[in-house]
Structure formats: structure tokens, C-alpha cells
Write a protein that binds this ligand. Structure first.
Ligand code: TMP
Length: 208
């Protein structure tokens, strides 16, 4: 397998299978000796993980939505500088959540102005771009029932169904605007079926 640096992101609402699929993909790539970096957001780099802990473990504390947004973006800046920029176009970078999560949760979900998010994202990223995104799609009711089975709840796991619907629609709007760079994966299908679809697409991307 030819190894080109490609930046791949997994997005979706909670319980949609992003983390399961992205971690499985990384294991497969590593077995094939494809140099890759596996990251998550918020988090990734050491300092960004500290911001993640602060944000998600203090889920009983309610920040203003702009404060919330700035914390996610602060974590992104740390992750980008330390873990993405050094490997961009050199290794396959797989990131569990990225910019689209900020647009979907903070803009579509919480009503923070898109202009502010885009401005700071551009400042962080410069000319760096995500090459391809897998959007894991799961019915909101199923997502909520999967989340409620979890022992540890995240900041947004306690939000109402209407919030998740807004976030889900936000993700779909984003993916519809740039169809050639997105693949929507139906998470209600069998894991093996979806993993095959994802892996075939990744092979195409990294062989380019
Ligand atoms: P997760 O990665 O374990 O799903 O948890 C991360 C939580 O943070 C999840 O509720 C989505 C949320 N989030 C945002 O609200 N905005 C962001 O920009 C990112 C990256 C995550």
C-alpha cells in the first residue's frame, strides 16, 4: 500500500460509532504498517487533553456558550500545533471529531455565530485542510438510548433530544455542501459492513 499523508476525520453525534470505527481503522492501518497518527478532539495533544478534562469532567458547571466555544477552539489550537501540523501530508492523520463538531454543536446546537468559529478556525489552521470526513449517522432516538447505557456521561449527554436533532441536522447540512469530501455512513448497519465501506474508501484516499 502506497503511504501518502492524508487527513481523515470521523464526525457524528454521541453513540454514532465514530470512536469504535476510527480506532478499528487505525489498528488495521498499523497492521499494514501505514504510518498514522490517531487523535481525538477535544484533546489529542497533552495540553489539549487537559482542556478536554476541564471541559468534559466539569459537566455540572454551565459555561456561557461562547466560553464553551473558545475552550474547544483553544484545545484545537494546542492539538493542531503539536499533533497535526508536524505530520500533515507526512502521515495518515485520523481524528475523532474536528471543526465540523464545533459548527454542529456550538453553532447549530447552541446558536454561537458561525462567523466567529470560522474566523478562529482559519487562524488556527492556516492552509491546512481536512481531506475527507466520514459522518456517522444514527437516528437520534437510538443515539440517546446508546448514551443512556453508558456509565460515564459527557457534557452534552444530558442535553435534550431537540438539541441532538439540531446537531445532527447541522452535520448533514455541512456534509451536503461538499459531497465529494464526505461520506455519510448509516450506523444502524452491521459494524463489519461499514468497516469494509470505510476501509475501501481510505485505501483510495491514501493511494492517491
Ligand atoms: P466525545 O468525543 O467523547 O464524543 O465527547 C466530546 C464532546 O464534546 C461531545 O459532546 C461533543 C463535544 N464537542 C463540541 O461540543 N464541540 C467541539 O468542537 C468538539 C470537538 C466536541
Amino acid at each position: 500500500m502506497h503511504k501518502t499523508g492524508t487527513f481523515i476525520v470521523f464526525e457524528g453525534i454521541e453513540g454514532s460509532g465514530k470512536s469504535t470505527h476510527s480506532s478499528y481503522l487505525v489498528k488495521k492501518l498499523k497492521l499494514l504498517k501505514v504510518p498514522c497518527v490517531y487523535l481525538r478532539e477535544p484533546g489529542g495533544s497533552k495540553e489539549a487533553e487537559r482542556i478536554r478534562n476541564f471541559l468534559l469532567k466539569n459537566s455540572n458547571k454551565k459555561f456561557d456558550s461562547l466560553t464553551d466555544t473558545l475552550l474547544y477552539l483553544a484545545a484545537r489550537n494546542e492539538n493542531f500545533l503539536n499533533k497535526i501540523k508536524p505530520f500533515y501530508k507526512k502521515k495518515v492523520i485520523i481524528c475523532d471529531r474536528f471543526i465540523d463538531s464545533t459548527i454542529a454543536y456550538q453553532h447549530y446546537g447552541l446558536g454561537v455565530k458561525k462567523k466567529i468559529i470560522n474566523l478562529i478556525n482559519r487562524e488556527i489552521m492556516g492552509t491546512t485542510k481536512v481531506d475527507y470526513t466520514f459522518l456517522m449517522y444514527l437516528n437520534v432516538d437510538k443515539s440517546i438510548s446508546r448514551i443512556s447505557d453508558r456509565k460515564k456521561l459527557n457534557r452534552y449527554d444530558k442535553f435534550k433530544k431537540s438539541f441532538y436533532k439540531k446537531v445532527q441536522n447541522g452535520f448533514l447540512k455541512i456534509s451536503n455542501k461538499n459531497k465529494s469530501k464526505y461520506m455519510v455512513i448509516d450506523s444502524s448497519k452491521k459494524f463489519e459492513t461499514n468497516q469494509t465501506i470505510i476501509f475501501n474508501q481510505v485505501k483510495k484516499l491514501i493511494n492517491k
